[in-house]
Design a binder for this molecule. Structure first.
Ligand code: FAD
Length: 300
């Protein structure tokens, strides 16, 4: 361990912090601790991944942590990207934008409002980094981000830079089909469908709708489960079983939205696991359905 720590500290643009409190690195804020590496350049990331791979050392990338739960003690290095980006680029209308993976979707939405970019309303209100949104093919009932992405740049575990040209089969519901194990998205080219003066209004209305239907002011991880089918929302099924408000300790199923869990204080990993088990037991018993987790859980 000492040797690898020394080598990581020699890589430019990589800042290592051992035993870091990672609780605030996910939106759910379950207590977590681990070794954090903040990476400020693609070249730094290339050197870092090559080193970790050669040393057979595990790592995990985190974006905004809006769809990820970290265990109380992380075994692997946690990598956080923080690439420079000049927001002035969003002042100019272009056919497509090449953006770093670490940029927040909130900035893209602000740009869509300013310029009226058609298509960019699909990710209205989703808390995410661009990299995390592409990895998850994040979307709303207005559409998915995958439909706008043209090219993705990634760093392989060997430290090579590679480009993926996006085709209609690159994504499916909340999934990408091209990020291979250990690869990290570093940038993407995103297009749009022209300019429409109605877009700012559409985004505003959709934000209002989200505020009224989701517990946005709470500590949560978005939708915990994938919908078992397009017209069968997991939240609706949980609601039908009257499980809203049910929980363990500081963790409960949101009274506002059945597919959200709220951490009302110091909820922990065990309480989360117990609540998932309870929901799946009830689902199986009454509907013969077992939910698949949408939220990402390392090591499970
Ligand atoms: C209040 C709330 C509302 C939400 N609403 C929605 C919604 O409407 N629609 C929706 O789709 N989602 C929603 N989510 C979930 C979440 O916002 C999305 O899944 C989002 O895409 C996660 O992005 P992130 O940057 O936080 O990624 P993280 O949660 O940090 O990571 C998610 C996964 O992506 C991987 N990853 C992250 N960055 C990279 C990278 N650069 N390269 C390779 N892999 C990477 C991680 O390792 C992990 O496996 C919501 C979440 C919250 C808290």
């Amino acid at each position: 361990m000492e040797e690898i720590v020394k080598k990581i500290r020699q890589i430019p643009d990589c800042e290592l912090s051992l035993g870091h409190d990672l609780t605030s690195f996910t939106t759910f804020k379950l207590a977590s601790k681990g070794d954090l590496i903040e990476v400020k350049s693609v070249s730094g990331l290339q050197k870092l991944l090559k080193l970790l791979t050669e040393a057979k050392t595990g790592y995990l990338v985190i974006g905004w942590g809006a769809n990820q739960i970290l265990p109380s003690e992380c075994e692997d290095f946690i990598i956080l990207l923080d690439f420079a980006f000049n927001l002035q680029e969003f002042n100019e209308l272009k056919d497509e934008y090449e953006l770093p993976a670490s940029v927040g979707l909130n900035h893209l939405t602000a740009c869509a409002v300013k310029l009226g970019l058609k298509g960019w309303e699909v990710f209205t209100g989703i808390p995410a980094s661009l990299g995390g949104a592409i990895f998850m093919n994040a979307g709303t009932n207005l559409g998915e981000i995958g439909s706008l992405i043209k090219k993705v740049k990634l760093v392989t575990p060997e430290g090579e830079l590679r480009e993926e040209l996006i085709t209609p089969s690159s994504f499916s519901y909340r999934k990408n089909h091209f990020v291979k194990k250990g690869e990290v998205i570093v940038a993407a080219v995103i297009g749009h469908h022209g300019v429409d003066t109605y877009i700012p209004q559409k985004i505003k209305e959709y934000l209002e709708y989200r505020k009224s239907t989701q517990p946005l002011a709470t500590k949560n991880c978005g939708c915990v489960f994938k919908n078992p089918a397009k017209d069968l929302p997991a939240g609706k099924l949980i609601d039908l079983l009257q499980l809203k408000g049910v929980g363990f300790g500081d963790l409960r199923i949101s009274p506002k939205h059945g597919n959200f869990m709220e951490n009302r204080g110091k909820a922990d990993w065990d309480q989360f696991r117990s609540l998932v088990e309870l929901i799946n037991f009830e689902m199986d018993h009454f509907y013969g359905i077992e939910f698949e987790l949408e939220v990402k859980i390392p090591y499970h």
